[in-house]
Design a protein around this ligand. Structure first.
Ligand SMILES: [Zn+2]
Length: 175
C-alpha cells in the first residue's frame, strides 16, 4: 500500500507489555494453542500458518516496491522488537512476509508506519493494543475478515497481527 488513505493512526495507550501465557487444548479434534497478549486471548494453529507461509512468495513491501515500502524493507530486520519477533515465531509467521505495510506520513523526523501479518487462528478476547515497553512499537490482534484476502490459504479462520511504529527514512530515494 503506497499511502495512508483510510488508515487512522491509533490512539496511543500505554499499559505495560503483559507476559505471554500459553496453553494447549483440543478443539475440532486437533490441537490448537491459546495465547494471551495484553487483554486479548487468541487460539492459533502454528502448523497451518507455517504451511501457508511456505507457499507465500514474498511480503507486501516487495510486492509493491514503492519508495515507502522499500524504506520499510530496508530496515525490516530491526523494525520488530524481540518480544514481537518471539510472538511471530510462536505463531508460525515468517517475519519477512508481512501481509500489508502502510505509511501514514511524517512525525517529527520519523515516519509513521503500520502493517499486519496473517495467521490461522481466532480471537476470543477484546480488541486492545499492547505497547512494547522499550519502544513506540504497538501491536494487537484483529479478525482478518475486514482485510483483503491473503495471498495464500490460511484456512477458514484467519487472524491478523497488527503493528504500528515510527521509522526513519534511510533510503536515498525521497518519499
Ligand atoms: Zn508500497
Amino acid at each position: 500500500m503506497t499511502s495512508s488513505q483510510n488508515v487512522k493512526w491509533p490512539v496511543l495507550d500505554s499499559h505495560a507489555l503483559s507476559q505471554l501465557h500459553v496453553s494447549s487444548f483440543l478443539r475440532h479434534n486437533h490441537a490448537m494453542d491459546q495465547i494471551q497478549v495484553g487483554q486479548q486471548i487468541i487460539r492459533f494453529d502454528t502448523d497451518r500458518t507455517r504451511k501457508a507461509y511456505a507457499l507465500m512468495e514474498r511480503g507486501d513491501a516487495e510486492r509493491c516496491g514503492c519508495s515507502y515500502c522499500r524504506n520499510f524493507s530496508a530496515q525490516r530486520s530491526t523494525v520488530y522488537p524481540q518480544n514481537f519477533r518471539s510472538l511471530l515465531e510462536q505463531l508460525g509467521i515468517d517475519p519477512e512476509k508481512e501481509g500489508e505495510v502502510y505509511e501514514c506520513g511524517p512525525e517529527n523526523s520519523l515516519r509513521l508506519y503500520g502493517g499486519w501479518f496473517y495467521f490461522a487462528g481466532e480471537l476470543t478476547g477484546p480488541d486492545e493494543r499492547v505497547t512494547d515497553s522499550n519502544s513506540d512499537f504497538q501491536y494487537w490482534f484483529a479478525d482478518a475478515k475486514q482485510y483483503p484476502a491473503p495471498a495464500v490459504d490460511f484456512g477458514k479462520s484467519v487472524m491478523s497481527l497488527q503493528f504500528v511504529t515510527k521509522l526513519p527514512w534511510i533510503i536515498s530515494d525521497q518519499p
